[in-house]
Design a protein around this ligand. Structure first.
Ligand code: HEM
Length: 508
């Protein structure tokens, strides 16, 4: 791959942490590959296990999987090449690659069950029109992916050529079940019109271009990468392989403290890998803005005043203005300069706003990360919320439907080492929970599983958006669901050594 390697330019020193093996970690963990605006998710099923392993071996041998470190530049460095490629597997994908059932039991249960599992679907609010049987992919045995190949390129045509070159190599081994393009043509703006990709976890041991003020509490790398200590000071559950099943000694040892005296030491399949959550989320852009307009228009006010009211209500639902400026810092009027300021736009807490007068408790941003206001003690809150963080790598998509209409949404992508405690917890306990914080009948107004008028039997409850204000607080009932699930799954994104192992011919 032609690569112009760019080192950590203006990156500041990392907060001390464990030494991370960047060269063994897939690049997506640390980089959104933002210089490559176009991406394609190719969901594949294994036709022939032996051929699929051979394909994987070649990918690894040719060093085509983008890592977090260039060869010439040890440490974190983004190879800003012409393309990037990441590869990940579902549980059934690993089985098709020949991973033994003994090894499979060491993976997280959420991952083994998969996203379309009945219980998981309930946890995630994937019901009614968002239920697995309605998904475009991942919702049934026939459409369940085994592998996802994520390809990044500079433009559509370039991506087509890149994709075709890979297809030629995998077509005997894998068949395509679903292809989704997602791009950043509109920069960092998601389809509702808000700047996205602002708030990120501050990971110990990782140099960063952002200043500490914009990042919050530094967290252990084990929250996002297997094989390192997590927020509890423990090693996250990592998939293990009996020594006898790694005869060529391809995998790293488990950490010393994890060994059981007298027991044969297993090998670590998880080290430098992580779990990848992929969800294609359709956004009802028209419905969202119609709802906002209808509920913000004040009869008798000028068009200009009503436009301002509309922008304010939308910001109250999101927790940030469209520019990205947080309501916590500018509650009355947008501050586009602040929105662009990568330090200022994430340097805030909610502690001085306990009732949500500035940023509503129910807003998306405050639910997704309540920062210092989860419990009474701000420090304890910050410590607790740091156990429920995710790295987000989503990109918008735009499909042209057969009738010529357009569908827009987000290819939502999150990385974490504990799906249940991180991604699912945020979605279930903070976003979809009507009894969150001080609230009792309100869900996340942006991404929550609110009432879907097309499926009234599903959950006929009328959830409310609560916007505190002076002199009156606004309670908007009949909040409909604006974000609908279209397909997805849980994937394991292995480290490079683990990829080599998965591609190898080995004893079972
Ligand atoms: C289509 C659906 C969604 C849209 C349009 C959306 C949009 C946004 C926007 C505009 C932001 C603020 C910018 C930023 O901080 O990066 C944000 C923040 C965030 N979102 Fe979402 N989001 C969606 C779904 C989700 C889902 C499903 C989750 C997790 C289950 C999630 C978790 C988060 C988190 C953790 C933050 C950062 C909060 C913070 O630390 O301040 N979002 N989202």
């Amino acid at each position: 791959m032609a690569a112009q390697t760019v080192t950590s330019e203006s990156r500041t020193a990392a907060v001390p942490g464990e030494a991370l093996e960047f060269e063994d970690i897939q690049g997506l963990v640390f980089f959104g590959h933002g210089h490559l605006k176009y991406s394609r998710y190719v969901f594949l099923r294994v036709k022939d296990g032996a051929r699929a392993r051979a394909w994987l071996r070649t990918l690894v041998e040719r060093e085509e999987v983008t890592t977090a470190s260039g060869k010439q530049h040890p440490g974190l460095s983004e190879a800003k090449g012409e393309h990037a490629l990441q590869v990940a597997f579902t549980a059934s994908g690993l089985e098709h690659l020949g991973v033994s059932s003994e090894v499979m039991t060491t993976f997280l249960q959420e991952f083994r069950e998969g996203m379309r599992d009945r219980r998981r679907a309930r946890i995630l609010g994937d019901t009614g029109g968002s239920a697995p049987e309605k998904w475009q992919f991942g919702g049934s045995d026939a459409t369940a992916p085994h592998v996802v190949l994520v390809l990044f390129g500079r433009d559509d045509a370039d991506l087509d050529v890149f994709h075709a070159s890979h297809r030629e190599r995998y077509q005997d081994a894998l068949e395509e079940v679903f292809i989704q393009d997602a791009d950043m043509r509109q920069g960092d703006t998601e389809p509702f019109g808000f700047r996205d990709g602002i708030s990120f976890p501050y990971i110990k041991g990782v140099p960063t271009t952002r200043t500490p003020e914009a990042l919050g509490l530094p967290v252990n790398a084990g929250e996002f990468i297997l094989g390192y200590h997590n927020a509890y000071g423990q090693y996250p559950f990592s998939p293990l392989v009996p020594r006898s099943q790694d005869p060529r000694d391809l995998l790293p040892e488990v950490p010393r403290s994890q060994r059981v005296p007298g027991e044969p030491r297993p090998k670590d399949l998880g080290r430098n890998g992580t779990y990848l959550v992929i969800r294609k989320l359709r956004q009802d852009v028209k419905g969202f803005w119609k709802f906002v307009e209808e509920n913000s228009r004040v009869p008798g006010k000028s068009a200009e005043e009503n436009e301002a009211n509309k922008e304010l209500l939308a910001a109250k639902l999101m927790g940030r203005w469209k520019s990205g400026a947080p309501l916590a810092l500018c509650p009355l009027k947008d501050d586009p300069k602040l929105g662009e300021d990568a330090t200022g736009n994430n340097h805030f807490q909610f502690g001085d706003d306990p009732h949500g007068m500035k940023c509503p408790l129910s807003s998306h941003v405050r639910r997704a990360n309540p920062r210092d206001t989860l419990v009474e003690d701000p420090q304890e809150s910050t410590r607790l919320t740091a156990r429920h963080l995710i790295i987000r790598r989503g990109r918008p998509y735009r499909d042209t439907l057969p009738q010529g209409e357009e569908e827009q949404g987000l290819m939502f992508v999150a990385l974490n080492t504990n799906i249940g405690r991180q991604f699912e917890f945020i979605q279930q306990t903070w976003m979809n929970n009507p009894k969150f914080n001080d609230l009792y009948d309100s869900k996340d107004p942006i991404a929550g599983d609110n009432y879907d008028p097309e499926y009234p039997e599903d959950d006929p409850k009328d959830y409310t958006a609560v916007v505190p204000g002076v002199p009156m607080r606004q309670r908007i009932s009949g909040l409909p669901r604006f974000v609908h699930m279209r397909g997805g799954d849980y994937f394991f994104l292995p480290g490079i050594k683990a990829l080599r192992y998965l591609g190898s011919e080995r004893a079972r």
